[in-house]
Structure formats: structure tokens, C-alpha cells
Design a protein around this ligand. Structure first.
Ligand code: NAD
Length: 258
């Protein structure tokens, strides 16, 4: 990370649930690059764990934020403005779908299940960007959202989450256009499968890991740290000319035809 100079950069990292979270690896990469990560947690249940992780890299700026609660998102923006006066980066590492919608057939998705996946996993990027934009515009900024190949290819059992990720990726492009004049870049990192709290809920997840190990150009799965360093790159000035892009960090699996 020595070549990523992010000293003095304040980056809001959403989506840390535990030490396996991709967002936690991103926060560590940002810290190593000299940035100041600030954290949110979804619910009280996660507060202590996130505070401990943040504390281990010297951060005490940890705020509650359920992304479906606009008042909490607004409070996060106010708190960052009070403590830092500006923001340079935003990491969206949040997704949720009901367990029953991540097994069986997409055809059976209920309207509520569809809305929940879209609200939490895709629309939340719009809400977060709306509140963060005035802070990100102060000195120019970068937004990165985590996505997955199931947005553009059929991955059995990923179902409603694939449709939510397709919305997320389209949102990335439209937000890149809206926020470009404010010197805010918006990109996505499409990560290969990694064992975390959320991914374990997807039916057949271990089979997916084996399938990729056998077929990806690199003949292996990716490490969380590799997803984190690509995210840190997009957040840094090294990526100053890149916006509206989806960067695959998946050992090359997405290029395969079969
Ligand atoms: P994770 O369970 O550690 O993180 C998911 C986070 O979403 C949790 O911190 C959870 O608290 C948060 N969240 C859910 N609902 C929320 C809400 N209403 N408000 C605020 N936060 C909420 O799992 P992860 O695998 O690190 O997932 C992070 C991101 O990476 C997700 O967008 C996921 O789709 C994406 N991703 C994961 C993989 C993988 O295989 N693990 C692959 C590609 C992309």
C-alpha cells in the first residue's frame, strides 16, 4: 500500500459486521495507506464488535446507520461534517435479501422480498450518495460499491440479489454522471466469492468456490485483501481518471465462456 498516499483522507466505510467482512479488510487497507476510516454499523447487535475493530486501528468514530432509515443516514453526514468538515471517500459494502429468496427459483420471489433486496442493496447507494455528496464535493471524492457477477450472468441461487446488483451497477453509472461535475467519482468492485456472514446464506456457496478454483484463469479464489486493495486504489488519486466503472477482482473468472 506504500504507493497509495491517502494521508489526511477521510473515508466512510459502511458494512462492517465482523472481522470477515469485506468492509473490514477495506478499512484496514485504507488505514495502511494513511487514510482515516470512519465506520457505521447496521444495528445495536453489531455496535460493540465494530467499535472494537475500529479501535484496533485507532478510530473512535463509529455511528449507527441502518441504510433504510434516512434519518440515520442524515445523522451520519452531520457527524462527519462536525468532526472532519469534509469527506474524501465512501465505501458501500451492504447487501441483504431474505434467506428464502437465495435458494430455489428466482421465479418464486415475493414482492416484499424483491423490494427488500432492492431497498437495502441498491437504493441505499443513492441515499448515501445524496447525503455524502456535499461533503465529498468539498475537495473531490470517490465512492466505491461492492458488487458481484450475478448482476450480469445467471448464478444459480443468487436470484433476487443478482437483480439488486444489476440495479446497483446501473446506479453506479447514473450517479457517476450526476456527481462527475462535482469532482466525485463513482465505481464498483465486483468481487469473486468470499466466505463471509452474508455469503454463507447463499445456497450452494461452497460449490461455487470449488467451481471457480477449477475454472478461473488464476485457478484459485480471491483473498479479501485483494478486493480491499483494489477498492483502496479506486478511492485513491491513482484512479483519478476512472468513474462509472465496474472493476472485477475475481481471479479472472468473469472472462470465461464455460
Ligand atoms: P458481510 O455480512 O460482512 O457484510 C454485509 C453488511 O451489510 C453487514 O455489515 C450488514 O450489517 C450490512 N447491512 C445489511 N443490511 C443493512 C442495512 N439495512 N443497513 C446497514 N447495513 C446493512 O458480508 P460481505 O460479504 O462482506 O458483503 C459486503 C458486500 O460485498 C455486499 O454488498 C456483498 O454483496 C458484496 N459482495 C460479497 C461477496 C462475497 O462472496 N462475500 C462477493 C461479491 C460482492
Amino acid at each position: 500500500m506504500d504507493n497509495l498516499r491517502m494521508e489526511g483522507k477521510v473515508v466512510l466505510v459502511t458494512g462492517v459486521a465482523n472481522q470477515r467482512s469485506i468492509a473490514w479488510a477495506i478499512a484496514q487497507a485504507l488505514h495502511a495507506a494513511g487514510a482515516t476510516p470512519v465506520f457505521t454499523y447496521q444495528s445495536e447487535r453489531l455496535q460493540k464488535g465494530v467499535e472494537e475493530l475500529a479501535g484496533s486501528i485507532g478510530s473512535d468514530h463509529v455511528m449507527p446507520c441502518d441504510v433504510t432509515n434516512e434519518e440515520e443516514v442524515a445523522a451520519v453526514a452531520r457527524s462527519i461534517e462536525e468532526r472532519h468538515g469534509r469527506l474524501h471517500g465512501l465505501v458501500h459494502s451492504i447487501a441483504f435479501a431474505n434467506r428464502e429468496d437465495l435458494a430455489g427459483e428466482y421465479l418464486d420471489t415475493s414482492p416484499e422480498g424483491y423490494r427488500t433486496a432492492q431497498d437495502v442493496s441498491a437504493y441505499s447507494l443513492v441515499t448515501l450518495c445524496r447525503y455524502a455528496a456535499p461533503l465529498l464535493a468539498a475537495e473531490g471524492g470517490s465512492v466505491v460499491a461492492l458488487t458481484y457477477l450475478g448482476s450480469v450472468r445467471v448464478v444459480p441461487h443468487y436470484n433476487v440479489m443478482g437483480i439488486a446488483k444489476a440495479s446497483l451497477e446501473a446506479s453506479i453509472r447514473y450517479l457517476a454522471y450526476d456527481l462527475g461535475p462535482k469532482k466525485i467519482r463513482v465505481n464498483g468492485v465486483s468481487a469473486g466469492p468470499i466466505k463471509t456472514l452474508s455469503s454463507r446464506v447463499i445456497a450452494g456457496f461452497n460449490d461455487m468456490l470449488e467451481h471457480i478454483e477449477a475454472r478461473a484463469p488464476l485457478r484459485r479464489n480471491v483473498e479479501t485483501s485483494e478486493v480491499a486493495s483494489a477498492t483502496a486504489f479506486l478511492l485513491s488519486d491513482l484512479a483519478s481518471g476512472i468513474t462509472g466503472e465496474i472493476l472485477y477482482v475475481d481471479a479472472g473468472y468473469h472472462v470465461m465462456g464455460m
